[in-house]
Design a protein around this ligand. Structure first.
Ligand code: MN3
Length: 211
């Protein structure tokens, strides 16, 4: 099998009370697990695709045959998006929450004015995404940018496919499956609470690598 479901870097209950344990179990095992299984099924036996990295695969959907392009877009995007999502969260007070520091903080202040303004922009992008999708912080041309994508589209797919592009360093899942058990229809409440589990150390690492 080309791709595998990564283990969570913490227990299912570790993000309580911001994200409940049952949501994490279903989200990781069933949703993300499903994307990985369906991605592998789509590219099975296609050596040229199986040998690619996930980033290279979703970054060049034009190279994917027509009959499986939709499956690779949805499931490859789903695999990439969730793999990032788990990494950039950590238990509140144990790596999660607080504020960014160092170079990342300086870049946020330069490009958005303040961390408060950045959070407001991402919350707004996530709240306004109609239906299912993601809100993102990306690095593009050396600068930070905020935007959103539909479904499991990833900014690495490019503007033509995803309508927004860049190298993602933070992404928040606004599909109902990410929050419905605890927050029901209150997506803005989920987004506001979510900052309490953001692992800024990891986001800063990704920022450094993306620049
Ligand atoms: Mn999800």
């Amino acid at each position: 099998m080309a791709f595998t479901l990564p283990s969570l870097p913490y227990d299912f209950a570790a993000l309580e009370p911001i994200i409940d344990s049952q949501t994490m179990q279903i989200h990781h095992g069933k949703h993300h697990g499903g994307y990985v299984a369906n991605l592998n099924k789509a590219i099975e036996g296609k050596a040229a695709l199986e040998s690619k990295s996930l980033e290279a695969l979703i970054g060049d959907l034009a190279a994917v045959p027509d009959d499986i392009r939709g499956a690779v877009r949805n499931n490859g995007g789903g695999h990439a998006n969730h793999s990032l999502f788990w990494q950039i969260m950590a238990p509140h007070g144990h790596g999660g929450g607080g504020e960014p520091t160092g170079e990342l903080l300086a870049a946020i202040n330069a490009d958005f004015g303040s961390v408060t303004e950045l959070k407001a922009k991402i919350n707004d992008a996530g709240a306004k995404r109609f239906g299912s999708g993601w809100a993102w912080l990306v690095v593009k041309n050396g600068k930070l940018a905020v935007g959103s994508t539909a479904n499991q589209d990833n900014p690495l797919m490019g503007d033509t496919v995803a309508g927004f592009s860049g190298k993602p360093i933070l992404g928040v899942d606004v599909w109902e499956h990410a929050y419905y058990l605890k927050y029901q229809n209150r997506r803005p409440d989920y987004l506001a609470a979510w900052w309490g589990i953001v692992n800024w150390t990891k986001v800063a690492e990704l920022y450094k690598a993306a620049r």
